[in-house]
Each structure stands twice: as C-alpha cells, then as structure tokens.
Design a protein around this ligand. Structure first.
Ligand code: CP
Length: 314
C-alpha cells in the first residue's frame, strides 16, 4: 500500500480489519517496526480523535509523530497553481509539501472542503496537492470527500458487534445540525459499508442525496421510520446538501434519533463518529444508553491508524 485515501477492495479492507484487531489485542506487538521513521500529521482543520489516535498508533509502532496545526501555527498556504502571491498567503503548497517530503517518511493530512467550490472539493484538490508535491506516502486524516480512517474504525466496530452470521442491516440516517457539515464521513461510510458487503439503507430528507458515486448499491429510503425497521446498526450523521451544494435545507428535529425511533429495531446498535452535538444530532438517551457504540468507534480509531501505518511501513 502506498497512499491510504479511500476504500480500495474487499481483500485489502479484510486484511486491514484483521491487522487492526490483532493490534487491539496486543498494541505493542510491532513496537520496533517503525523505529527511525517519522510521520508528519498536518492539520488544516481542528481534531481531537484523529490527532491523538494517529499519534498513539505511531507510538505503538515505535514511530515518531510530529503534529503541525497548519491552520493555527503554520504559514498560510497558497494552493492555486501560478498564483501571484500578493494577498494573505505566505507559502505555496508546492514548496511546503516538498519540504515535508524531505522531513518525514509518511505524511498524514486533514483538509476539509470549502463547501463553496463544489468542483474543487469534489476533486479533493487540496488533499491531492499534498500527494502531488510531497513525493512520499500520504494518509488521509479526512479530506474534502472522504474520511477513510474513520470508516475503517467503523467497519472494525461493526465486525466486533455483529450478533448473527447473517448479513447485518446497516442504516445511515441523516440528523439535524445547526451548521453546514461536510459529506466526507457519510460518503466514506457508504463506500466502506457497501465495499465490505453489508446491506446498506440510507435515509434523509429529500434534497440531501449524497454524490451517487459513493452510494451505488445502497437502498435510498426517504421514510426514516421505515428505513430503521429491523436495523442492526444505525449510523447517525449530518451532512449538508450536495446538489444544492453546502446548503442547510432543514433542521427538522423529528429526524434526531430517540429510543422511540427504534421501536421496530430492538437489536439496533447506534454509531456516530463524534464530535456530536447532543440533543441536536443525537439524543442523550441514545448516546448514554446500551445501544451506543460511539466510544468503541473512537477507541478503534487507534487500531485503524495503526493497521494503516503498519501496512505502509511494509
Ligand atoms: N471523528 C473524528 O474524526 O474526530 P475528530 O474530528 O475529533 O478528529
């Protein structure tokens, strides 16, 4: 594996899940694998889980992680080719990423979308500039359109909590939010869930259709109540509109998951990538109840990052 940016294929996903579970069982079993190697973790946006779990994962492999919060501590980066840099930007991505390529063995990058320029976001332009100019393996810590380390942790969590040998019914449900939120988590969750062979239903108000390149093969159901029937796993997430790009079309509180929504899904476990706005996106009763897997997902972020780093070091 060179870069880690998206779901590639089922055998690789299965291999990563197996590796992550082995690390969860014995986190330091490969403590000398990364000795003398450095990963640069570049954040253009805030983070709690991704930052800490990637650092812990690197430490578990004997690797050094250097974190740079470029949004707060670095030079303001210019991303446009051929820009005349007479405004606020100080350093071109071409120069900065090339320097990073000489300092680190692996680069890990978080670069959120603008939610304004649909074409640039859909091409993952900023994230791809790091790949283009660093010349070293790059891991996505969440790009404009995908969050693969989160999705890998989610697949590990589903595998650990499957109750029967039959294909689980997985439901991705839109939730209300007060801000315009990127599509990356929802896109990636759909991509990995379908890629791993699970049965996926996506439910959202009309107008919140995701880019169909991520949802082909999923059942789209606008009736949330119907979608949730007999669900084994319910993934709760807000995203802004994709067609009416970056817009909030509704904040209808009826879409916020409560116990009553799951009357016909007695076994359902509930997932969310965090951070979550309590009692806006998801109710206290679900988050603090027995159905919630959110802390397990967050813990599995360590082992998803460790499996990916380990495979890149190979
Ligand atoms: N789920 C997730 O990526 O969390 P952070 O934004 O805190 O890293």
């Amino acid at each position: 594996m060179n870069h880690f940016t998206q779901f590639e294929n089922r055998p690789l996903a299965d291999q990563l899940i197996e590796k992550a579970l082995a690390y969860k069982n014995n986190p330091r079993m490969d403590i000398s694998k990364g000795l003398g190697k450095r990963v640069g973790c570049i954040f253009l946006n805030p983070s709690l889980r991704t930052r800490a779990s990637t650092q812990i994962a690197a430490m578990n492999l004997g690797m050094e992680a250097i974190v740079m919060n470029m949004d707060k501590e670095g030079w303001a980066l210019e991303m446009k080719e051929g820009a005349i840099m007479n405004k606020g930007t100080v350093e071109h991505i071409k120069d900065a990423a090339a320097v990073m390529g000489t300092y680190f063995d692996v680069l890990a990058v978080r670069a959120f979308p603008s939610l304004v320029d649909k074409k640039e976001d859909s091409e993952d332009y900023i994230f791809n500039q790091f790949i283009k100019y660093s010349g070293i393996p790059v891991i996505s810590l969440e790009s404009a359109i995908r969050h693969p380390l989160q999705s890998l942790a989610d697949m590990i969590t589903i595998q650990e909590n499957i109750l029967s040998s039959t294909k689980p019914k997985v439901v991705l449900t839109w939730a209300p939010h007060i801000k315009a939120i990127p599509h990356a988590v929802a896109n990636s969750f759909a991509e990995w869930t379908l890629g791993c062979g699970h049965d996926l239903t996506i439910t959202h108000p009309e107008g919140y259709e995701l880019d169909d390149k991520f949802t082909k093969g999923a059942n789209i159901e606008y009736d949330q109540k119907k979608a949730l029937e007999e669900a084994d796993f319910v993934y709760v997430k807000n995203w802004s509109a994709f067609n009416d790009y970056g817009k909030i079309l509704t904040t209808d509180p009826a879409w916020m998951l409560r116990e009553t929504h799951l009357n016909k899904a007695p076994q359902a476990k509930v997932m969310h990538c965090l951070p979550v706005r309590r009692n806006i996106e998801l109710s206290d009763e679900i988050l603090d109840g027995k159905r919630s897997l959110v802390q397990k997902q967050a813990e599995n972020r360590i082992y998803s990052a460790q499996a990916v780093l380990s495979m890149i070091l190979e």
